[in-house]
Every structure is written in structure tokens, then in C-alpha cells.
Design a protein around this ligand. Structure first.
Ligand code: HEC
Ligand code: HEC
Length: 486
């Protein structure tokens, strides 16, 4: 990794690194409740008041029971992008899992042998971009030392998300909320000692609200806003979020044996299916449990989602992915074209969690599967890929298997080529972005029906909640984790 991007090496950075490190360890060891900063982050994550209309929190789009993504089956079945706090305001992508995002490396470009001062080095090699949060990596971690902390500063002010007009509004509502004391305690001394203007409530309920503050108070607000993000990231790094309690984890700990179908799936995942070329299943540094992503970027040739409201409003638009971000970064612009249409390899942890499809893959007497459904043990349709085109893991796998062997869906209007129509016609629509489509590792895998299903079964084994953690009333993990010995 050359070209190390500038990092603000604040003490905050260090404290976050420390916290995240600690949480990762306790998660593996079996945690005994959340640390104060993690509890604070959790309160903020679930607080709907932190949006312009007091109706949307992070958890609106990142619901734990369905794997920290959106849980509205109607939305998932169609456009797959979620409405913001303001009615009619939509983003352009499907929410990815917020869990496991803290473990992404800080965004960087890997120039391979261009690093080495070698006259023989192949200077034509384009760098491989790695890390960051978001489908396009733009939450780099360059500001606060962790991509998830940089990410957490976005939604509150994003007009198509929580839509508050000023960082001061977020800080005001946190400091004056029910858990204001906890914020002060965690970030003392006097983290909330800010003189607020009289009209702050009014300003914060307008999209163009302006909060007038002295320079000194403005600085305090900015510091508090960083601390809010770091608290959220600490929660996201906690054992509540990065739980590592799936069958895979139980298997690694030596007390779960994969059933025959899962075992077959595991072999195909690593072998014939080539999934682990990108969704790496081997332990990370320090024997960290596998995350099933290498944090790189690829264009799989996923078709556009014709029901995405943003696409409907902008018919010419195709999601540029990584290129849309790096074209604005000094030193990286020249690589934008080679990265057009590439999206981040997502973690596969919890992909099946809470989906109705999961039920088809649960064995009799399989205790772990009942956990983690939405309210009232409901199951939902989930949406997959950056634009939510796919509605089941089975069809995702079928796409990897047959992208290049099925016919192109012809004679369909661009608004008609949904997944449902494609499956009914046994065809695949054209890719959303035709450039840079990966044909090395997917497209014609020659998997049988049973092998496709085995892959799905193996992904279902990545759902947290198998090594059950019991929860107290507050929802905090109180650490009683029982392993199941099948
Ligand atoms: C209206 C829905 C919505 C809300 C509210 C929302 N998010 Fe997201 N979140 C998304 C979408 C969509 C993306 C992907 C955006 C992109 O890639 O351009 C995302 C991405 C993320 C990611 C990146 C995951 C990864 O691995 O790249 C994290 C972490 C995250 N959100 C956390 C949060 C937090 C924390 C909040 C509250 C402060 C929040 N989100 C509020 C929809 C939402
Ligand atoms: C060349 C790298 C690569 C390979 C090989 C690969 N994937 Fe992926 N995978 C990705 C990328 C990149 C995405 C996101 C693409 C997008 O959104 O456009 C993705 C997305 C997914 C998703 C959707 C996850 C979500 O949260 O929406 C699933 C499920 C998945 N892959 C499973 C598999 C399986 C199973 C295999 C093997 C048959 C496989 N992948 C092989 C790179 C890869």
C-alpha cells in the first residue's frame, strides 16, 4: 500500500481503535454487557428523534433482526431503497448491513509491485482499491480513523436520510435527550456545555435551518459531533452488532457439525463456485473470524433495478459505484474508468437472517433458526446487491451460475425487466453498467440445482443467533451464551 491517504491522528482515533479492538476480543470471549460508550452508541443508533421529522433512526434502515438491513417487505420486493425522514426523498442504493462494517480497513489503493522501487516493475498495473464503507467506499476512515465512524456522520445530515440541517441539531438533540447524561459521562468533562440559541428547536425542524453559534461553541459542536460518530462506531463494533454467533462460528469453536447440505455448500463455496475468491472464508489477521469479504470492488454485471425510484426519476442514470467516488479524489481520478460499475464485496454474514427463504433451509430440531426474525417471529423478503435487484439468495446464486449461459431478456422495456420477469422468462437483463464486468470468476459455473441450493444452505449458516446470547429487558447482551451441541 503506497500513497497512504492523510489521516487525522487524533487521540479520538486511538481511543476508537482501542475500543474496537477490545470489543472484538470480548465478542469472541463472550461479552458481559456493553461498555458505557457502546451503550451510548446504541441509544443514538435507535433514536428516531435524531431526524428532521423525529421519525427515523439508523435502525429504520438497519434492523438487527433481519441482519441490519431494511425490514420492509414491500420496499424490499420492489425498489429496495428506503425513504428518508422526509416523505418522497429516496436514496439510490439498498442499505447494506451496518454490522461488521467497523472491521473494514481504512480505504486505500494497493499498487502491488509499483510500491517496490524496482526498475522492472510493471507500471501499467492499475491499483486495487480496498476498504472503506458504503457500496462505493466513500466513507474512507480518513477523518476519524475508522470507516464506520466517518460513515456515521453522514445519515443525520443527508437530505434523503435523517435530513437535519446542521450538525448542531444532532448535538443539541443528543445532549438534551434522555441519555444526555450518559453522553456527558462517557465524553466528560462538559461535552455538552454549549450555549444554544433560543430558536434552535425551530431552526432544526426546517430543511434550511441555520443555527447561529459563537466560534467557540461551534468548535464544541464539531467535537461533540465526532464523539457521536465514535460512539455509534463503538456500538457497531460491539458484540451486539458484530456478534459472531452463527453456525459457522459454532463450527469453528468446535460445537456444531454442518449437515450434509451445508457441508456440500461449504465445499462449493471454496471450490467450484469460486465464492471465496472475493468472499474470503479464511480467518483474518490475528485469527479473526471470517467476514466473507476481502473489501475489494467488482462489477458482477447485476442488472439495473427497474423499480428503484431514483432510476425511475433518472432513466439515463447507471450506478457508477467506486468510480463515482474516486473520480473526485486527487491522485485516483485516472483510475475512475477502470472502476466504473464496481461495488464493494459485501460481508455475507446475516445475508439470510430473517428471510422467509431461511425457513426452507432449516432442519427439524434446528434450534438456532427461530432466533432473529422480525417482530412476532415474522419473516420477510430481503433484497440483494447494491440496487436490490435480487429478492432471494437462490436467485443470486442462479445468477452467478448462469449469467452468461441464459439468454438476454429481449423485448422488455427498461422498467419491466424485474427479477420476477427475468426468472419467469428464463433470461437475464443486460448489466446496469456494461464496463468492467467480471467474467473470470462467475457467469458460467456449471452448478447443478442441488449445488445451488447447497450454497444457499451454507450462506444460511452465516446467520447470527445460533450461539444464542440471551437478552435482558434493555436489549443489552448480558453474555449468557449457550452453545448447542448437535
Ligand atoms: C434511509 C435509510 C438509512 C438510514 C436512516 C441510515 N442508513 Fe446506513 N445506509 C443506508 C444505505 C442506502 C447505505 C448504502 C449507501 C451507499 O452505499 O451509497 C447505508 C450504508 C451504511 C453503512 C455502510 C456499511 C458498509 O459495510 O459499507 C453503515 C455502517 C451504516 N449505513 C450505518 C448507519 C448509521 C450509523 C446510521 C444512523 C446515523 C444510518 N446508517 C442511517 C441507508 C440508511
Ligand atoms: C469476483 C468477486 C466475487 C465473487 C467470485 C463472488 N462474489 Fe458475491 N459479491 C461480490 C460483489 C462485488 C457483490 C456486490 C455487487 C453489487 O452489489 O453489484 C457481491 C454480492 C453478493 C451477495 C449479495 C449480498 C448483499 O448483501 O446484497 C451475495 C448473497 C453473494 N455475493 C454471494 C456470492 C456467492 C454465493 C458466490 C459464489 C457462487 C459469490 N458471491 C461470488 C463479489 C463476488
Amino acid at each position: 500500500m503506497s500513497k497512504k491517504p492523510k489521516t487525522k491522528n487524533t487521540s479520538l482515533t486511538y481511543s476508537l481503535a482501542l475500543l474496537i479492538g477490545m470489543s472484538a476480543n470480548t465478542a469472541v470471549a463472550g461479552s458481559n454487557g456493553l461498555e458505557p460508550i457502546e451503550r451510548l452508541g446504541k441509544k443514538i443508533f435507535f433514536d428516531e428523534k435524531l431526524s428532521i421529522n423525529r421519525n427515523q433512526s439508523c435502525a429504520t434502515c438497519h434492523v438487527p433482526g433481519v441482519g441490519w438491513v431494511g425490514d420492509d417487505p414491500e420496499i424490499n420486493e420492489h425498489g429496495a431503497v428506503y425513504e428518508g425522514s422526509i416523505k418522497g426523498a429516496f436514496g439510490d442504493r439498498k442499505p447494506p448491513s451496518s454490522a461488521y462494517a467497523t472491521l473494514a480497513p481504512i480505504f486505500y489503493a494497493d499498487f502491488g509491485n509499483r510500491l517496490v522501487n524496482d526498475p522492472e516493475a510493471d507500471l501499467s498495473i492499475d491499483p486495487l482499491f480496498v476498504g472503506g464503507n458504503f457500496w462505493d467506499g466513500r466513507a474512507t476512515g480518513w477523518e476519524l480513523g475508522n470507516p464506520a465512524a466517518d460513515q456515521a456522520q453522514g445519515p443525520f445530515l443527508n437530505p434523503v436520510e435523517q435530513a437535519l440541517p446542521d450538525t448542531a441539531c444532532v448535538v443539541y438533540r443528543v445532549c438534551n435527550g434522555k441519555y444526555g447524561d450518559l453522553f456527558d459521562k462517557v465524553w466528560s468533562p462538559n461535552a455538552c456545555m454549549i450555549t444554544w440559541p433560543n430558536d434552535i428547536q425551530g431552526q432544526c425542524s426546517k430543511t434550511d435551518g441555520v443555527v447561529d453559534l459563537s466560534t467557540e461553541d461551534r468548535n464544541k459542536v464539531e467535537r461533540a459531533y465526532d464523539r457521536i460518530a465514535l460512539s455509534i462506531a463503538a456500538f457497531e463494533a460491539s458484540s451486539d452488532s458484530n456478534a459472531f454467533t452463527s453456525k459457522i462460528d459454532a463450527h469453528r469453536a468446535g460445537f456444531y457439525d454442518f449437515n450434509e447440505q451445508e457441508e456440500l455448500g461449504r465445499q462449493i463455496f471454496r471450490g467450484k463456485g469460486m465464492c471465496s475468491a472475493c468472499h474470503v472464508g479464511t480467518p483474518g489477521p490475528g485469527a479473526a473470524p471470517p467476514l466473507f469479504t476481502d473489501f475489494t470492488y467488482d462489477n458482477l454485471g447485476v442488472p439495473r433495478n427497474p423499480e428503484n425510484p431514483f432510476s425511475i426519476a433518472n432513466p439515463e442514470w447507471a450506478d457508477p459505484g467506486l468510480a463515482g467516488f474516486i473520480e473526485n479524489v486527487a491522485g485516483y481520478e485516472e483510475y475512475a474508468h477502470a472502476n466504473l460499475g464496481k461495488q464493494k464485496v459485501p460481508t455475507l454474514r446475516n445475508v439470510g437472517l430473517g428471510s422467509c427463504e431461511a425457513q426452507e433451509y432449516s432442519d427439524d430440531g434446528d434450534h438456532g433458526h427461530q432466533k432473529g426474525r422480525g417482530e412476532g417471529n415474522k419473516c420477510i423478503t430481503k433484497a440483494y446487491m447494491h440496487n436490490g435487484f435480487f429478492k432471494s439468495l437462490k436467485s443470486v446464486v442462479n445468477f452467478y451460475n448462469t449469467r452468461d449461459t441464459k439468454t438476454r431478456c429481449e423485448n422488455l422495456g427498461i422498467y419491466d425487466a424485474t427479477e420476477k420477469v427475468a426468472l419467469a422468462n428464463n433470461c437475464w437483463p443486460a448489466p446496469e453498467v456494461a464496463a468492467n464486468v467480471n467474467s473470470d470468476e462467475l457467469g458460467d459455473l456449471k452448478l447443478t440445482e442441488a449445488e445451488e441450493e447447497a450454497l444457499v444452505a451454507f450462506m444460511m449458516a452465516m446467520s447470527d443467533g445460533y450461539m444464542e446470547a440471551s437478552h435482558d429487558d434493555d436489549g443489552d447482551d448480558n453474555g449468557k451464551r449457550k452453545g448447542k451441541d448437535d
